[in-house]
Ligand binder design. Structure first.
Ligand code: ADP
Length: 875
C-alpha cells in the first residue's frame, strides 16, 4: 500500500491505473469515480484505517476501450506498470512488492492510439503563456508530430482557440486570475489543464526546446516571441512528463520543427461564426451536414486531417492561395491521373500516426506493415506524375512529388521481414516472415518438430495402453498433459504421473512429454526473443529515416487534399475563384454547398443560384429584405462560405467568383440562448453584434441576419438602424444585412454605398410562392402569416392575425388598436357561432378533431368530446 500511496501522490489529478497481474486496478476515490463513469462493479479489497478499501479493475488487454471512455468523460489516467517481471523480482531477493512506475499519463491532448482518436481530425494539445505583456500560443498533435506557434492576444484568443479546437489546453495558473481570460476560457473548461507558473518560464522553455531539437539556437526555425517559446516549452515539457516510460527508454516523440503561423496570414473567424456557418460540425453537433462533410472527398485519414486544418484556417495571401488552386486545377484537368492517384491513395494507411507510435515505443508489427504499404505506394505515385508528359507540374505537386522520397530499400526490407498475418503487439510473436532469418527459422523448426513429436507420442501411447481415446493436450496452466476418460483410470503404467482429476477425466504427464515440452518452450522463447530483437532493428531502421518518412506522409496528405478538392469540384461543377488583393466581391450564380447537397439528397429539383456583387463605393452593403423562408439566411451564408472556400484553396460552387482577400469573417445569424453562461438570446445577439462593430474593417466580410429581433419592435428597429449606419460609415466592411424591418430601406437614400435587394416571391391564386431569387429592390411584406399557416397554426389564430395586421398596416395605430383590443376575438368567435354556415360548422368539428390529443384524454373526457362533436355536426 505504501508503494501505491507514493505513486498516487506523485500524480495528482489523475486516476491511477495500478497494474496487478492481468488487471489495472483502481482504489479509493479513483475506484468510485471510475466505476461510475465506466458502469463497472465497485468492490472492495483489504482495509485501510479501519475501513474497507473501494476497488474496481479493468483487464489489461481491453484497457484501451475503458481508457477511451474515461478520457472522453474528462479524466486523466496515470498508467502504473510493473517494471520488472516475477523472475527478476525473485532474483533481486527482495521481499517487498514488485517494482512499479508510472510509464504514461493519458490525457485528452496526448493520445496516440487509433482506438482513442478520430482518424480524420487532428487532436491538438495547446499551450498558452504570457511573457513581456504578450500572449503566446503553441499547439502540437502528438499523434502526428505537427507543431506550431503563433502570437495571440486577449481579443484574438477566442478565435484562435476556435480555429485550433484543441483537445486539451495547458495554461499557467496565473492567467486564470485575469477576469477577461477567466470568462473567455469558461467555454473551454473541460479541456483546461492548469499548471504551476514555473512551468511556463520562457528561459527554461528556450533551453528545453533547444535540447529537444539538439540545436544551439531556435532562430533557424523562425523568430518567436518569448511568450510563444514559453508556451511551446511547456508543451514539450508536458509531453515528456506524460510519456515518462518513453523518456526513461530514451525514446522521444517525433515532433516536427515548430512552424510559426504569422499573424494575419490566416483569415480570422470567431467561434460564433464557425458555429453559425457549420464549418466543422452541423448545428446538431454532428459532422454530417457540415461544410467539412460536404467538401471532404479525401482518400486517407491524413488527407482528411489536412483538409480540416485548411478549412479551419483559410489563407490571406493570394499567391499562397493560388499555389493551392493551381494544384486543384491540375487535377481537375487530368481526370485519368486524378482517378489513378486517388485509387493508389486508398491503399495508403495512416503512416503519420504509425510513425509516432513507433517512435514512442508504443507501436507494433501492424504499424511497420502500414509503413511498408504506404511507402511502397509512393514509388507508384511518383511514376504516375512522370507520365503526365509535357505539362509542367504546378509547384505544389512538384514539391509533393519530390517529398514522396525514395524508400525502396526500407520497403524491400520490411516486405521480406513481415509475415502475412500480424499480431497487434510485438510481444505476441509470429510476425517475422519465414526465410527472413535463418536462426529464427531454426528455432521455429525445433519448436514445430517437438510439437510434431508430441503428436507422435499420442499415437504411441494410445497403442501402448490400448486406450484409443487417449489424447495429449495443452493449456496455459499445466502445459502439455495426457488425458484419458475417468473410466480408464488405473489402466496406465507407472511412467504416467498423475497431475489432475477433472470431472470425467484424468490428466497425467510423463518424462518424455515433459522433456519435449521443455524443448518447445525454450525454442519458442528463443524464437520470440529473436523476433523482438529483429523488431527492434526494423523500428531502428524506420527511426533512422523518420524525417524522410514524415516528409513522405506530408506529401501524401497534400496530394490527397488537392485531388480530393478537384474531385469535389468535378462532382459539383465548381469553378476556380479569382482571389486577389483589394475589396472586390463578385459572385455570379453562387450556390450554398450544404443546402444544395441537402436539396439534391431529398430529390428536389434544384437550388436557385444567385449573384452577389459588392462594390466598395456604390454597393458595399446589401440590405436584403424578403419573407421568412424565402432564402435570406441561405444567401448570406453562401457568400461567406464562398469566400472561405476560395481562401482555403478550393474551387467554389458558382459560375464565376472574384474575391478580394477577406481578412476577417463575421457573422450574426439566428442565436440561441446561451443558458450555460446565463445569457438570453438577445444578449447573445448583442454580444455578437458588438464584436462585429468593434472589430470589422474594410477588408472584412460581415453577414448579419436579423438584428434587434429579440426586443420590442421600436427598440430593435432603432438598434438595427444605428448598426447599419455604423457599418456603413465606420467599419466599411463588405456586408450583407438581412432584415424584416422594411423601414430600414429608407436609409438607401441617405447612405451611398447601401443597396437594397430582396428575395422574390410570386403570389399565385392566393398562395405565396418563394422563388429563392435575389433581385434589386425591397420587399413590401413579410408574409409571416403565410409561413405561420404553413407551420400549422390554428386557423382561428391566423385569421385573427390577418385582421390585426390590416389595422396595423393602415398606420393609424392608436385608435384602431384600441378598438381591436375591445373587439376581443372571443366575441367574434361567439358571433360566428350564432350565424353559422354549414361549411363553417363542418370546419369547427374538423378543427376540434384536429386539436384532439387522444393519448392525453381520460375516458370521461373522450366521452364528453363525442357529445360535443355530435352537437357541432347537428347544428
Ligand atoms: P429565410 O432566412 O429567408 O427565412 P432560409 O434561408 O432559411 O430562409 O431558407 C429557407 C429554405 O428555403 C431553406 O431551408 C431551403 O430549403 C430553401 N432555399 C433557400 N434558398 C434557396 C435557393 N437559393 N434555392 C432553393 N431553395 C432554397
Amino acid at each position: 500500500m505504501a508503494q501505491y500511496f507514493e505513486i498516487k501522490k506523485a500524480n495528482p489529478g489523475c486516476l491511477l491505473f495500478f497494474r496487478m497481474g492481468d488487471f489495472f486496478e483502481l482504489f479509493f476515490d479513483d475506484a468510485v469515480a471510475a466505476a461510475q463513469a465506466l458502469d463497472i462493479a465497485l468492490t472492495k479489497r483489504g482495509r485501510h484505517d479501519g475501513a474497507d478499501i473501494p476497488m474496481c479493475g479493468v483487464p489489461v488487454h481491453t484497457a484501451e476501450t475503458y481508457l477511451a471512455r474515461l478520457i472522453r468523460a474528462g479524466f486523466k489516467v496515470a498508467i502504473c506498470e510493473q517494471i520488472e517481471d516475477p523472475a527478476e523480482a525473485k532474483k533481486r531477493g527482495a521481499k517487498g512488492p514488485m517494482r512499479r512506475a508510472v510509464v504514461r499519463v493519458v490525457t485528452a491532448g496526448t493520445l496516440t492510439e487509433d482506438g482513442l482518436l478520430d482518424a480524420r481530425r487532428h487532436n491538438y494539445l495547446a499551450g498558452l503563456a504570457e511573457a513581456g505583456g504578450e500572449i503566446g500560443l503553441a499547439w502540437l498533435d502528438l499523434s502526428t508530430g505537427a507543431f506550431a506557434l503563433a502570437p495571440s492576444s486577449e481579443p484574438a484568443l477566442p478565435g484562435d482557440l476556435a480555429r485550433i479546437a484543441p483537445g486539451e489546453i495547458l495554461l499557467p495558473e496565473r492567467l486564470l486570475t485575469r477576469p477577461a481570460l477567466f470568462e473567455m476560457l469558461a467555454e473551454w473548461k473541460s479541456a483546461l489543464t492548469l499548471l504551476p507558473n514555473a512551468r511556463f518560464d520562457s528561459g527554461a522553455a528556450r533551453r528545453r526546446l533547444e535540447g529537444f531539437y539538439a540545436v544551439a539556437a531556435l532562430d533557424g526555425f523562425g523568430s518567436f516571441s518569448r511568450a510563444e517559446i514559453a508556451a511551446a516549452g511547456a508543451l514539450v515539457d508536458y509531453v515528456g512528463q506524460t510519456q515518462q516510460g518513453q523518456t526513461q527508454q530514451r525514446k522521444s516523440p517525433h515532433l516536427e520543427p515548430p512552424r510559426r503561423v504569422v499573424p494575419g496570414s490566416v483569415m480570422q473567424i470567431d467561434a460564433a461564426t464557425r458555429r453559425n456557418l457549420e464549418l466543422m460540425t452541423a448545428a446538431s453537433g454532428e459532422r454530417r451536414g457540415s461544410l467539412l462533410a460536404t467538401l471532404d472527398r479525401t482518400s486517407t485519414a491524413a488527407g482528411a486531417r489536412l483538409l480540416a486544418d485548411r478549412l479551419a484556417a483559410p489563407l490571406t495571401e493570394p499567391a499562397a492561395i493560388d499555389v493551392r488552386l493551381d494544384a486543384v486545377g491540375f487535377f481537375l484537368d487530368s481526370p485519368g491521373l486524378r482517378a489513378g492517384v486517388r485509387e493508389r491513395l486508398r491503399h495508403c494507411p495512416d503512416i503519420e500516426r504509425a510513425l509516432t507510435r513507433l517512435s514512442l515505443g508504443r507501436g507494433g508489427p501492424r504499424d511497420l506493415a502500414a509503413l511498408r504499404q504506404s511507402l511502397a505506394e509512393t514509388a507508384v505515385l511518383h511514376d504516375m506524375f512522370g507520365e503526365s508528359g509535357l505539362v509542367p507540374l504546378p509547384q505544389m505537386l512538384a514539391d509533393a512529388r519530390r517529398g514522396l522520397g525514395e524508400h525502396g530499400m526500407l520497403v524491400d526490407r520490411l516486405g521480406r521481414a513481415l509475415a502475412e498475418e500480424l499480431p497487434l503487439f510485438a510481444r505476441d510473436g509470429g510476425f517475422i516472415a519465414p526465410g527472413y532469418s535463418d536462426e529464427l527459422d531454426e528455432w521455429r523448426r525445433l519448436r514445430d518438430d517437438s510439437r510434431r513429436m508430441i503428436a507422435g507420442l499420442q499415437a504411441r501411447y494410445a497403442e501402448m495402453t490400448g486406450i484409443v481415446a487417449l489424447k495429449i493436450r495443452h493449456n496455459n496452466v499445466i502445459g502439455y498433459y495426457v488425458e484419458i476418460s475417468a473410466n480408464h483410470a488405473g489402466k496406465l503404467g507407472p511412467e504416467f504421473i498423475h497431475r489432475q482429476t477433472m470431472a470425467g477425466a484424468q490428466r497425467y504427464t510423463t518424462a518424455e512429454v515433459a522433456a519435449l515440452e521443455t524443448k518447445i518452450a525454450s525454442a519458442a522463447e528463443r524464437a520470440l526473443a529473436l523476433e523482438l530483437r529483429l523488431y527492434d532493428n526494423l523500428v531502428g531502421e524506420v527511426m533512422a529515416r523518420r524525417a524522410e518518412i514524415a516528409k513522405t506522409a506530408a506529401a501524401l496528405a497534400s496530394l490527397d487534399v488537392a485531388s480530393a478538392l478537384a474531385e469535389r469540384a468535378a462532382e459539383g461543377g465548381w469553378v476556380r475563384p479569382i482571389v486577389e488583393a483589394g475589396t472586390a466581391f463578385e459572385i455570379s450564380a453562387g450556390r450554398h454547398p450544404i443546402v444544395e447537397a441537402a436539396l439534391a439528397a431529398s430529390g428536389s429539383n434544384g437550388f436557385v443560384a444567385n449573384d452577389c456583387v459588392l462594390d466598395q463605393d456604390e454597393a458595399r452593403l446589401w440590405l436584403v429584405t424578403g419573407p421568412n423562408m424565402a432564402g435570406k439566411s441561405t444567401f448570406l451564408r453562401q457568400n461567406a462560405l464562398l469566400a472561405l472556400l476560395a481562401q482555403m484553396g478550393s474551387f467554389v460552387p458558382a459560375r464565376a467568383a472574384r474575391i478580394g482577400i477577406v481578412d476577417r469573417l463575421f457573422s450574426r445569424v439566428g442565436a440561441a440562448d446561451d443558458l450555460a453562461r446565463g445569457r438570453s438570446t438577445f444578449m447573445v445577439e448583442m454580444v455578437e453584434t458588438a464584436a462585429i462593430l468593434n472589430q470589422a474593417g474594410p477588408s472584412s466580410f460581415v453577414i448579419l441576419d436579423e438584428i434587434g429581433r429579440g426586443t420590442a419592435t421600436f427598440d430593435g428597429l432603432s438598434i438595427a438602424w444605428a448598426t447599419l449606419e455604423h457599418l456603413h460609415a465606420v467599419n466599411r466592411s463588405r456586408t450583407l444585412f438581412a432584415t424584416h424591418y422594411h423601414e430600414l430601406t429608407a436609409l438607401a437614400a441617405k447612405l451611398p454605398a447601401l443597396a437594397c435587394h430582396t428575395m422574390r416571391v410570386k403570389e399565385w391564386k392566393g398562395e405565396v410562392v418563394f422563388l429563392h431569387e435575389v433581385g434589386p429592390g425591397s420587399a413590401d411584406r413579410s408574409y409571416g402569416i403565410h409561413v405561420a399557416k404553413l407551420a400549422g397554426l390554428p386557423k382561428s389564430v391566423t385569421a385573427r392575425a390577418e385582421e390585426v395586421l390590416e389595422v396595423l398596416e393602415k398606420g393609424e395605430q392608436g385608435g384602431a388598436l384600441a378598438r381591436l383590443a375591445d373587439d376581443l376575438p372571443l366575441f367574434s368567435a361567439a358571433r360566428r357561432a350564432h350565424n353559422p354556415t354549414p361549411a363553417a360548422n363542418q370546419s369547427a368539428a374538423e378543427e376540434l378533431l384536429r386539436e384532439i390529443r387522444p393519448d392525453e384524454l381520460t375516458p370521461r373526457e373522450a366521452l364528453d368530446l363525442i357529445y360535443r362533436l355530435k352537437t357541432l355536426v347537428a347544428e
